[in-house]
Ligand binder design. Structure first.
Ligand code: SF4
Length: 236
């Protein structure tokens, strides 16, 4: 192999190992094929099954919930979606029209932008978990009321405890206020680290806000770099 080719292979291998390290894969054994040994042990499989079961149980309760009046107009409840072992959890405020129709969080234009934001730190949607504070759509996409947020918080708390991420990124004013209970503008809270249920929280702007104010995308990029750096340090 020529030197230039060899250098190219080494470069690719380095990139591959960096990515694997990022996702927590710590060891390799050689059986002639460099067989990968992941951190997913038998215990972890059992724990994943347990998590799946617990989340399904809450999902069922949510789907028949009538604790607040939002149940009356919903087409579907929107529980959340993603990797149940995710290290990064995004929390938005409430489902919109498309989410209500599909029963999935962040599927409209704002959802497409959220996907791009996630991709910007070399992650995919399937690597993170995405949920909302409120599981049913408020009529005409109005902001959730304090009472609705309070009624639905029990589900969110259970969900967070089961997923147990390393970091929560709240999207927008209402999700941030709901978790942090700090009455300050999102523009001054974003990009800083706080705590909720003993888990680090970093607020950023809601993607729907960014669609209306694209100039603030640069600030979200700053927040995403902090997220990437936090998760990298956590995996060391
Ligand atoms: S928004 Fe939450 S509390 Fe209200 S009905 Fe839906 S699931 Fe229940």
């Amino acid at each position: 192999m020529k030197q230039a080719q060899l250098q190219q292979v080494i470069k690719q291998l380095k990139g591959f190992l960096e990515t694997e390290k990022y996702f927590g894969i710590k060891e390799y054994i050689s059986d002639g094929n460099y067989k990968k040994v992941t951190k997913m042990s038998k215990d972890k499989n059992n724990s994943s099954q347990h998590k799946e079961k617990s989340l399904d149980e809450i999902r069922k309760r949510v789907s028949s919930c009538k604790k607040c009046s939002l149940y009356k107009e919903r087409k579907n409840t929107v529980f959340g979606k993603g990797d149940i072992n995710a290290r990064l959890l995004f929390i938005g405020e409430a489902p919109g029209k498309e989410e209500d129709l599909m029963g999935e969080p962040f599927v409209g234009r704002a959802g497409m932008l959220l996907t791009k934001i996630i991709n910007s730190i070399n992650l995919e949607r399937k690597n993170v978990y995405i949920a909302n504070c409120i599981k049913c759509r408020p009529p005409l996409n109005r902001p959730p009321t304090e009472d609705e947020l309070r009624q639905c918080e029990e589900y969110l708390i259970e969900q967070i405890k089961i997923i147990n991420p390393k970091l929560i990124c709240t999207l927008g004013k209402y999700a941030t206020l709901n978790l942090l209970k700090i009455e300050e503008p999102i523009s001054s809270l974003r990009g800083n680290f706080y705590e909720y249920l003993g888990i680090k929280v970093i607020p950023t702007f809601h993607p729907a806000y960014l669609l209306r104010n694209p100039k603030d995308k640069a600030l979200v990029w700053e927040d995403m770099k902090k997220i990437r750096s936090f998760l990298k340090n956590e995996s060391i």
